[in-house]
Design a protein around this ligand. Structure first.
Ligand code: WTA
Length: 669
């Protein structure tokens, strides 16, 4: 029986017919990609359409060393292309017009489901591109999108890409405050949304939330002039017994129905040819200082990287059906629901619902329904599904599966083994893919036919990526060791800047260790050169694969009028990976009670979103601080886990605080 410490060789049936069949072949190609990146990536570029061709001499230019001048990364300067053209027109021209691009599966199995071909997708995208133009959207304008997992979302993204507008998607689980802040930051000209959506048994009224956000944005100084709304809740509710009509708030001057706008539009739209380094999209990610950062990705490099990682990491073959369960509102959905699959002419599943509705076998049922070959999900989902045991899995055959992916946080070996045995039936390759919003695509990952696997390790770098470990002093660690995970050179998919804030880009990623892009993650390299991501080394938490900063949550908690100070730490959680444990110092004379706890949880939900809700809020009459006033989070983490082994406390200004904190731990946690 294989165990968590075994090495798992790639299954022979997979190796035999995969693009990269063994480790030697991987190493050979990897070295080529590192030694001659221009040659490697320009060969890959040949399969795409370039309106203006590229020049081999100026294929790559970059500076990662802030002491030598501004940080910059440029791939394929001088070339021009259009992402949408490459994803749709090119595939249609190559004979894939009638191939399914997306199978759309609704929240409930009885809701309608739908297949969308490349031809139809192209037509819809062109029509919506014409809608955008009619409303005055031009190249370079930002369009905010707050949508559920419906086909109009990729249609809207690609329509933006077709005319050169920059989409800024906000995950439709964020609060109206968070949406408002993001629309203001990117100065969005337009917002795209839907009336509402069912999530399991819960209706979510997105348009009402958007109205709130649009109002708040205006107060914050930026007016978004147009809002286009998909009538989705209505069309789904109409095919259900329990139709609930809802009153959709409407502003005649600002709001438009998607279907009305599409009605008279032409299904052709000439693409805007974009320079290689023109922006494609921005996506906000949490920053350790609180304010979200608009990570900006550009055209040519992102195309090359999304396409190449998708093809090799999932070993996607022309007749396969791929399914990534991530919401498009996160980077995983951008790259591996939309851009990666479509750039390969792939067929994928897009699912609106949750793994638990109507039953805990929904994922497994969908895999069988569409004969899914590659399934890509998050460790938090695997852990949540493990809880229900093997029964729900056994109801389904799952025999089409070949590659199983994991992303978002380190996967614990126990969950890895469960995935491998029960879902993969010991016949599938597991790809534990390490990457970030900033990296655009996978950077450390196995390849299904080539890489021997070790449960819990993201294994080896992807082509063109050279990971380096640094010690505290910034010295490179050779061979085995543990340190800061950094990169000293770019691959095509790396972010180019933070929208409208290049200095913050330079200081966040390039100032800690001059000459290196710093991921913010720690990692260990073992004797075989395998990488094991050890987690964040800054004040970031990863709750169910959602990255957030302690500072962001602390800022919200201290907004409460009765709170004087707050400190947030992460506590391990069996399903979510990590959870938020908050320490609150009430103002003098204020009592800490149930109501305060409820109010604070509500505040975090409102300001950030439901996924950021704290698990525990405890009273801390005083926080443990050094004499210079710095909060000692190390001690708070010990209190959170009820670990009395707190180590040296001599630097604390008041050592008695520790006992009070342990005494104040709530019961039953
Ligand atoms: C973490 C998600 C370990 C890591 C694509 C990273 C992982 C952050 C893995 C980025 C993995 C992601 N193993 N840790 N396979 N994948 N992470 O920007 O801390 O939402 O820095 O991008 O998630 O999260 P983000």
């Amino acid at each position: 029986m294989p165990s968590e410490t075994s090495i798992f060789q790639p299954p022979v049936n997979i190796s035999r017919c995969s693009y990269i069949c063994n480790l030697e072949e991987y190493k050979k190609i990897y070295l080529e990609s590192i030694n001659e990146p221009e040659k490697f990536w320009s060969k890959i570029a040949e399969q795409f359409h370039w309106e203006t061709s590229y020049n081999h001499k100026s294929f790559l230019s970059y500076n990662f060393d802030i002491s030598k001048g501004p940080i910059h990364i440029k791939w394929m300067e001088g070339a021009s292309t259009n992402l949408c053209y490459n994803l749709l027109d090119r595939n249609v021209k190559n004979g894939h017009a009638d191939k399914i691009a997306f199978y759309w599966e609704g929240n409930h199995p009885d809701d309608y489901s739908k297949g969308l071909t490349y031809r139809k997708l192209l037509e819809e995208v062109c029509r919506f591109a014409n809608v955008l133009k009619t409303h005055g959207i031009e190249k370079g304008d930002r369009v905010s999108i707050y949508m559920p997992m419906i086909l109009e979302l990729p249609i809207a993204m690609l329509a933006c890409a077709r005319i050169g507008a920059v989409h800024s998607i906000v995950f439709a689980g964020f609060s109206s405050d968070a949406l408002a802040e993001r629309m203001v930051d990117c100065k969005a000209k337009m917002l795209l949304t839907a009336d509402g959506v069912w999530r399991g048994e819960k209706p979510l009224f997105l348009k009402a939330l958007c109205d709130d956000a649009l109002y708040k944005a205006e107060i914050l100084g930026h007016k978004v002039n147009k809002c286009i709304v998909v009538s989705h809740f209505k069309r789904v509710s109409e095919c259900r017994q329990d139709f609930q009509s809802q009153n959709i708030p409407w502003n005649e001057d600002r709001d438009f129905w998607w279907h009305d706008e599409m009605e008279d539009k032409e299904s052709a739209c000439y693409p805007e040819w974009m320079a290689a380094e023109d922006p494609l999209f921005m996506l906000y990610t949490s920053g350790s200082t609180g304010k979200p950062k608009g990570v900006l990705h550009t055209t040519a490099g992102y195309l090359l990287y999304a396409a190449t990682t998708f093809k090799y990491v999932f070993d996607y073959k022309p007749n396969d059906v791929f399914w990534c369960t991530a919401d498009i509102g996160w980077i995983t959905g951008h790259t591996y629901v939309v851009y990666g699959p479509l750039s390969n002419g792939a067929t994928s599943v897009m699912f609106e619902g949750t793994p638990f509705y109507p039953d805990n076998d929904r994922y497994w049922q969908i895999i069988d329904k569409y004969h899914v070959n590659q399934f890509y999900t998050a460790p938090t989902a695997i852990r949540a599904l493990m809880k229900f045991g093997e029964e729900p899995v056994k109801k389904h055959s799952l025999n089409t599966l070949r590659v199983l992916g994991s992303v978002g946080e380190p996967i614990n070996p126990e969950a890895w083994m469960w995935y491998y045995r029960n879902i993969g039936k010991e016949k599938c390759s597991i790809v534990d893919t390490f990457w970030q919003t900033e990296t655009g695509g996978h950077v450390i990952t196995p390849l299904p036919g080539a890489t021997p696997l070790k449960p819990g390790s993201a294994t080896l770098p992807f082509f063109g990526v050279e990971p380096i470990l640094l010690d505290d002093g910034g010295n490179e660690i050779q061979g085995e060791g543990e340190g800061f995970l950094v990169f000293s050179r770019p691959w095509p998919g790396i972010m180019r800047t933070i929208f409208n804030n290049h200095p913050r880009f330079e200081s966040t990623y390039f100032s800690k260790f001059p000459g290196y892009y710093c991921t913010g993650d720690g990692a260990r390299r073992d004797t075989d050169g395998y990488f094991w991501i050890t987690g964040r080394i800054d004040d970031m938490l990863n709750v169910s694969g959602h990255l957030m900063s302690t500072a962001e949550v602390e800022a919200v908690l201290t907004e409460h009028s009765k709170v004087s100070e707050a400190a947030v730490v992460s506590r391990p959680h069996p399903i979510k990976g990590e959870s938020l444990y908050c320490f609150i110092s009430p103002n003098a004379g204020e009592s800490f009670d149930r109501k305060m706890i409820d109010d604070l949880k509500k505040l975090v939900r409102e300001r950030i979103g439901p996924f950021a809700q704290p698990d525990v809020i405890q009273c801390a009459p005083n926080l443990p601080k050094t004499r210079s006033g710095k909060i000692m989070r190390r001690i708070l983490r010990k209190v959170a886990t009820n670990d009395r082994d707190i180590g040296d406390t001599s630097t604390l200004a008041d050592e008695n605080i520790v006992e009070v904190l342990f005494a104040n731990r709530p019961e039953n946690i």
